[in-house]
Design a protein around this ligand. Structure first.
Ligand SMILES: [Fe+2]
Length: 200
């Protein structure tokens, strides 16, 4: 992770929402809503086809395990009606041992979605009101739950249970960078930036 000077900034994060599944393909340059619902459809499809990829998952006590699922492998598991969404997306498989988690982070300019496939994760979403400090609002996501989000969404994900968890994450377009943050006195303070090809 790069060491960048902390930047104080105000932030309004979109609220999480459930995952309606689109019935029609997105355009070649989808709007933000189509991107996030397309990602949700892919996450749901890949969660439903988890038997086709769960044997790839590894568990690493030293740190969270993450692995890119090749597009061809994802396509083979998905209904062809989702292949157009998949062409603009990137799929990651993650495992979370008890206590493992992320810092507070965004996803650069990518929209995305993730589905919990095994175990349970706690997602703490950054929320701000028009007045008052920013705060993290936690929710437990059990297997079968899906979150989808637009760009600028800030959250922290952890496994606070005693059992390992597995999730599948979809980003549209592919994840290029992520900023990490901490909350200080109700303000969001950037603590670093991780970039594709450099940090993962
Ligand atoms: Fe995330």
């Amino acid at each position: 992770m790069l060491s960048l000077p902390a930047v104080r900034r105000s932030w309004t994060a979109p609220r999480p929402s459930s995952a309606p599944l689109p019935s029609t393909p997105t355009r070649s340059t989808p709007d933000p809503t189509s991107r996030r619902t397309g990602a949700a459809a892919l996450a749901a499809g890949l969660a439903g086809a988890a038997s086709g990829w769960l044997d790839r998952v590894e568990y690493r006590p030293a740190g969270r395990w993450t692995s890119l699922l090749p597009a061809a492998d994802a396509a083979a598991l998905l209904d062809p009606s989702l292949h157009r969404e998949l062409a603009a997306a990137q799929v990651w498989l993650l495992s979370w041992l008890p206590g493992q988690g992320t810092p507070l982070h965004d996803h650069g300019s990518s929209a995305g979605a993730f589905a919990v496939v095994r175990g349970a994760l706690t997602e703490s979403v950054l929320q701000t009101g028009r007045q008052g400090p920013a705060r993290q609002v936690p929710a437990q996501l059990t297997a079968g739950r899906i979150r989808h989000f637009g760009s600028h969404y800030v959250h922290q994900v952890t496994n606070g249970t005693d059992e390992a968890a597995v999730s599948v994450h979809v980003y549209t377009p592919a994840l290029e960078w992520m900023n990490t943050y901490r909350l200080a006195d109700g303000l969001l303070v950037r603590t670093g930036t991780e970039r594709a090809g450099v940090d993962w």
